[in-house]
Design a protein around this ligand. Sequence first.
Ligand code: UD1
Length: 420
Amino acid sequence: MDRIVIRGGRPLNGTIPISGAKNAALPLMTAALLSDGPLVLENAPDLADIATMRALLEQHGLSVEHDKATRRLTLSGAATSLEAPYDIVRKMRASVLVMGPLVARFGEARVSLPGGCAIGTRPVDLHIKGLEQMGAVFDLEGGYMHAKAPPGGLRGARIIFPQVSVGATENLLMAATLADGVTELVNAAQEPEIGDLAMCLMRMGARIEGIGTAKLTVEGVKRLGGATHPVIPDRIEAGTFACAAAITGGSVKLEGARLVDLGAVARVLRDAGVDVAERHDGLQVTRLNGLHGTDVMTEPFPGFATDMQAQFMALMCVADGAAMITETIFENRFMHVPELMRMGARIKYHGQSAIVRGVPKLSGAPVMATDLRASVSLILAGLAAQGETIVNRVYHLDRGYEAVERKLAAVGAQIERVGG
Ligand code: UD1
């Protein structure tokens, strides 16, 4: 199994191109189920999760052509299967995003329950309840959710989310585009990936109002058509490389990144002593002097992203003073803490909060990645550490970061992937 080997201590300087957003591309790919297409997605990242989604969609009958960063998805004729099998869903939870489109378009879907994952139990009750409000009937059998639309198809409904959910907002937004009548999604997630999905659906012929707000209003249409849509840049990849520049004391241009997409992450980085400046073609991120301990709490967008929590914690490990980091979105998202401590970090955590007391230097060590964002936080720590860090279980990283070691090496990091 591949490992990443880093020799820390070099400031990063140069330009890193930011790829298309994984979390935008995944729902956009499932939107292809809503029409005969073709749906042409430009600027799609080349990642393991994208390949998994492709495999899932192909078994539903979609053809997916791949040319560099472009994916052309076409569903000619009927779906060949309305089932999302356990073997794929357990690998990637975003597979449940086929449910809304399949029920809306074909009246039925059988989707394996995703089950828990390393960062928590992660139920899908909000997806189910919303579709039920639109008239769908659910049976749970053999670990699968079997959803059926009423005879005339899904109906518009007013859905008030008791809690903000990115995936449930996306699933119901897609379902609502083909429902009969008007659907209101209240307390909808406002992450940039939702706006991107809504823009793509509009290009396909959907009628949506309130994009970028917490209330989306969708007037169902009879059918959607094909479209060409560029995937937005990956704000989490951008935030991660911003932390890489900051933790090494360097200055990096994040080509293509957009300040608006970072939400509170930009403000928090500035509070910590990192300059984040908008340029016409991206963001320039520069560590000014020392890093200051800065408290953060993860929240739905535009709050501080939970997907940036582990990376920011790595940064705080070498800051002056203490930082209190509180995770409010997932119940078990501190698995990187013991690994960071093996590198000399001083962290105490209890429940959902961790206190990080900065140390002057981390020291390299062999560490184990437990999930996608945890694994990249260990790479960040390795970039700042004295000596050699070996990050094992790199497959987590390949799910969400395109060519991470090549991008970092190109701006001066001593980093390589070794096989076996
Ligand atoms: C998406 C992102 C993930 C990110 C997360 C939060 C994708 C592919 N993944 O995941 O990277 O960390 O948003 O920003 O875009 N919940 C329920 N019931 C539900 C659905 C969610 O209780 O039916 C809870 C979850 O357990 C969690 C919270 O709501 O505590 C937020 O989860 P959600 O926004 O749905 O995350 P995902 O869409 O799975």
